[in-house]
Structures are given as C-alpha cells and as structure tokens.
Design a protein around this ligand. Structure first.
Ligand SMILES: Nc1nc2c(ncn2[C@@H]2O[C@H](COP(=O)(O)OP(=O)(O)OP(=O)(O)O)[C@@H](O)[C@H]2O)c(=O)[nH]1
Ligand SMILES: [Mg+2]
Length: 266
C-alpha cells in the first residue's frame, strides 16, 4: 500500500524522535566515497564500524568504489564478507566525487546519514561532536578550523567558499568539509544533480531553501597519509565552476520550496 507523503514524513519523524531519547540513536548509514583508496579504505571502514557502533543501535557502512583502478573494490568486497555492517556500492566507471557521494546518500537506508572521505584526513571519533547538535537540528556539520592543506588550496577554498555563500546564501562556514550528519528527512527531500565537487553546495543550498536547521562545530583535519591527491586537479576545479553556474541558474529560476513543517529560519 502506498502511504501519502504527509504520513511518510510523520512516520520518519517519529522514528527519529524515539531514537534521540534513548541512550544510543537508532540507526546510521555511514558513506565513504572512494576512488583508488586501497591504502586507506580498510582502516577507514573498520574505524567507522568501531566508532559509530558506540553511538547507534544499527550501523551500515557504505564504501562507494567509484570505478577505482586499484584494489579498492576487492578490499571492500572482502570487508563485506568479514563484517555484516559493510554494504559496498560499486560504480563500474568513475562518476566523480559528487556521483559517489550521491550513490551512498541515496543508497543508505537508515534514520541518520553521515558522510566523510575515505582517506583518513578526518578523525571519525569526532562524530561525538556532531551528536549533541543533531538532537535539535536537521543537519550537523564540521568546519575545518585548521585545514591541513597548502596555502594555495586554502586560498582557492576561501575564494570559492565566499563566492558560493554569496550566490546561494548558505550559512555553513566550510561548505565542502567532508564531515556531515543528516536526518534522513533531509536526504529524502533534496534532488542532487552534481557529479562533481558541487554536491555539498547543492545539498546545503536546497536544505536551506527548505528551512532545515543546520548547526556546525570545528573539527580536526589531517594531511593525507597515503594515496593520490586529486582535490586540487584543475579539471576538478573547472568542472566545479561549470556546475556552479548550472546550479545558480536552476535555483534562481525554481519556485521557492515549501516551508518545512515545524522548521525555523536559520
Ligand atoms: N577526487 C576524487 N575523489 C573521489 C572520486 N570519487 C570518489 N572520491 C573520494 O572522495 C574523497 C575526497 O577526495 P580527495 O582526493 O581526498 O579530495 P581532497 O581531500 O579535497 O584532496 P586531497 O588533498 O587530495 O586529499 C576521497 O575519499 C576520494 O577517494 C573522484 O572521482 N575524484
Ligand atoms: Mg582528501
């Protein structure tokens, strides 16, 4: 039987409210986009199982192998056999960072959804900082107080962040910080098109228009220990600009999203 949309929303909210009043939260899907991360992915997935199991009754970890040419795919398939929590997704061809994030976000089934990178640049233990925030908000995200990146990447990121905040009015201090926790209702409400680095902007811009409540906290950021750096690739940056202008056109011409029931202005 198909339920009307209002009823589905009510059921989702009920599940989440019950969960936050018990000691552990109900369930979480933990998403890791992974492109040629054979040196990092195992540690990341195992750490995620350990950390999230402390705070959630049910944990699924979704490594998204984004058409890797190294052993990332084999490793996550082995991890699936060894740990019931691991539910890999494989892209036969590389789709890009945003494509990998989207597959994981929409492939997850649990009440809360977290995503981060696979390369160990964040401390997953710091999810404990997001948990108090998600209680009274729909989205809890980190910002990198001290980015472990060279100065030219910090400068790029500052200019990009300022432009994006001006265009879309996003309140997040660090839009692209890959340390984000959502209530499922947020992910069920957005439509994401970006296959590149714009995916976080698209998500936060739409969530802001729908008046979902956002809270943020400083998190640690470490240099990549192993594997190839791809974030500063000029092609990645060019694609991000193309997607930026497409998104601006789309959101500018879209009718204002309906106000989310019970939401307050950010
Ligand atoms: N760049 C890139 N990353 C991908 C892709 N698909 C999945 N990913 C994953 O997305 C995450 C972020 O990519 P990174 O290359 O670490 O980007 P970054 O942290 O900005 O830059 P680095 O300094 O290179 O670490 C990593 O876990 C990647 O494995 C892709 O097509 N391109
Ligand atoms: Mg990285």
């Amino acid at each position: 039987m198909l339920l009307p949309a209002t009823k589905i929303r009510f059921l989702t909210m009920t599940t989440i409210t019950t969960a936050t009043t018990s000691k552990k939260l109900s369930s979480v899907s933990v998403v890791f986009p992974a492109y040629n991360e054979e040196l990092n992915i195992e540690n990341t997935v195992l750490k995620a199982i350990e950390v999230f199991s402390k705070y959630f009754e049910e944990v699924e970890v979704i490594p998204v192998n984004d058409g890797s040419s190294d052993k990332t795919g084999e490793i996550i398939d082995r991890l699936q056999k060894e740990h019931k929590e691991v539910h890999p997704i494989h892209h036969p061809q590389n789709k890009g960072y945003g494509g990998a994030v989207k597959s994981g976000l929409f492939g997850g089934k649990n009440d809360y959804i977290f995503f981060s990178d696979s390369d160990g640049q964040f401390d997953l233990e710091e999810v404990s900082l997001l948990l108090p925030l998600i209680k009274d908000n729909d989205i809890a995200i980190g910002f990198r107080a001290h980015r472990a990146d060279p100065w030219h990447r910090k400068l790029n990121a500052f200019c990009w962040g300022t432009l994006v905040k001006l265009l879309f009015g996003i309140k997040a201090k660090d839009i692209d910080c890959a340390f984000k926790l959502f209530k499922r209702e947020v992910i069920d409400s957005v439509t994401l098109e970006s296959n590149g680095a714009m995916v976080s902007t698209e998500l936060l811009a739409q969530a802001g228009l729908m008046k979902f409540k956002l809270a943020q906290v400083g998190v640690s950021h470490y240099p990549r220990q192993a594997g190839e750096q791809t974030g500063a690739n000029p092609w990645v940056i060019l694609k991000a600009f193309i997607e930026l202008f497409k998104l601006y056109g789309k959101l500018k011409h879209s009718t204002p999203a309906p106000k989310k029931a019970g939401a307050q202005n950010q």
